[in-house]
Design a protein around this ligand. Structure first.
Ligand SMILES: O=c1ccn([C@@H]2O[C@H](COP(=O)(O)O)[C@@H](O)[C@H]2O)c(=O)[nH]1
Length: 280
C-alpha cells in the first residue's frame, strides 16, 4: 500500500492527527531505566504502547539513536511498531540530502534496514538527490519546506527572481513537479501558521503536511490546525515529541505520556469538531 493511502486510512481509523515523536534522550529517562542495557528500546516501546491508541503515526528521529550507538535498537523498535501496530505509518526523521549515489544508500537504510513507511529529506541538492527515494514507489518522501526553528528564515525567506519566497517555491516545485506518483509531503513548522496556510493553498488538498513545533517549541494548536487542515478535516500530521516523552520521569512516566498524548489528540479533535461540527 502506498504511504499516502496508509496515512489516510490511519486518519480514518484512529480519528487522530497526532504523531508521537520518538526522540529518546537517556539523560531524561525515568530512574528505573537509567544506565540499563537497551534502555532506549525499552523507553521507546513503553512510550509506543502507552500512546498508540491516540496516535496516527510514529516519528523516530535517527540522531537520538545514532548518537547513542543505538541503531540496532532503532531497527528493533521499527520492527516492533510494524508488528504490533501495522496500520500506523512510521516516518523516519533523518532529513537526508546528498548526491544520488549516496542517496541510494540513505534510501536502503530507511526502507530496507529500518523498513519505515516514509522519511524526511532536505531539498537543497535538488531533484537528482531525491530520485533514489522515488524508486521506492510505495514509500513517502517528506521534504523540508518551512522549518519550525527561528533561523529557518535565513534561507527559507529569501526572495527569488520569480517573486516567490524560497519556501513557497519548494512547496510549488514539490507539489506541481515532483509529486507525479503521490509520494510527497512537506514539513512546515507549527511556529509559522501564516506560512502553513500559504503552503496549503499552494499544494492543494491531498498532500500531507508534517507539522513539528507543538509543545516545547511553543506552536499554537488552534492556529496550526485551522491554517493547515484540508476540507476533509485531515491532511496534517501534528508531531509532538518532548512534551509527551518527558511528561514525567517518575514511576508514572507511561501513564503521564499516555495522558499527554490523549489531551493533545483531544485538543486537536475539538478544534476540528468546532470547525466542521462533526467528529473527524
Ligand atoms: O522543522 C522541523 C523539522 C523537524 N523537527 C523535529 O521534530 C521534533 C520536534 O520535537 P519537539 O520535542 O516536539 O519540539 C524533533 O525530532 C525535531 O528534530 C522540528 O522540530 N522542526
Amino acid at each position: 500500500m502506498k504511504f499516502i493511502d496508509k496515512l489516510e486510512k490511519s486518519f480514518e481509523e484512529t480519528k487522530s492527527l497526532l504523531q508521537i515523536g520518538l526522540d529518546p534522550n537517556p539523560n531524561l529517562f525515568p530512574h528505573e531505566l537509567r544506565h540499563k542495557k537497551n534502555s532506549i528500546l525499552d523507553f521507546c516501546i513503553g512510550i509506543v504502547d502507552a500512546t498508540a491508541e491516540y496516535a496516527c503515526s510514529f516519528k523516530p528521529q535517527i540522531a537520538y539513536f545514532s548518537a547513542n550507538r543505538a541503531e540496532e535498537q532503532l531497527e528493533e523498535l521499527c520492527s516492533y511498531i510494524k508488528n504490533k501496530y501495522p496500520n500506523l505509518p512510521i516516518v523516519l526523521d533523518s532529513k537526508r540530502g546528498d548526491i544520488g549515489s549516496t542517496a541510494e544508500n540513505y534510501a536502503i537504510e530507511a526502507f530496507e534496514r529500518y523498513k519505515v513507511d516514509a522519511l524526511t529529506v532536505n531539498p537543497f541538492l535538488g531533484f537528482d538527490s531525491i530520485i533514489p527515494y522515488m524508486e521506492w514507489k510505495d514509500k513517502g518522501i517528506i521534504v523540508l519546506c518551512r522549518t519550525s526553528n527561528p533561523s529557518g528564515s535565513d534561507l527559507q525567506f529569501l526572495q527569488l527572481n520569480n517573486g516567490l519566497l524560497l519556501y513557497e517555491y519548494i512547496a510549488k516545485l514539490v507539489s506541481k513537479e515532483w509529486n507525479k506518483n503521490n509520494q510527497f509531503g512537506l514539513v512546515v513548522g507549527a511556529t509559522y501558521p501564516k506560512e502553513l496556510s500559504i503552503v496549503r493553498k499552494i499544494i492543494g488538498e491531498r498532500m500531507p503536511i508534517l507539522i513539528p513545533g507543538i509543545g516545547f517549541q511553543g506552536g499554537d494548536i488552534k492556529s496550526t490546525v485551522l491554517s493547515s487542515i484540508n476540507q476533509k478535516g485531515n491532511g496534517i500530521i501534528i508531531n509532538s515529541s518532548r512534551s509527551i516523552l518527558y511528561a514525567s520521569n517518575n514511576d508514572n512516566w507511561k501513564e503521564s505520556a499516555s495522558f499527554a498524548a490523549k489531551s493533545l489528540r483531544d485538543s486537536i479533535n475539538n478544534i476540528i469538531n468546532n470547525k466542521f461540527c462533526k467528529i473527524i
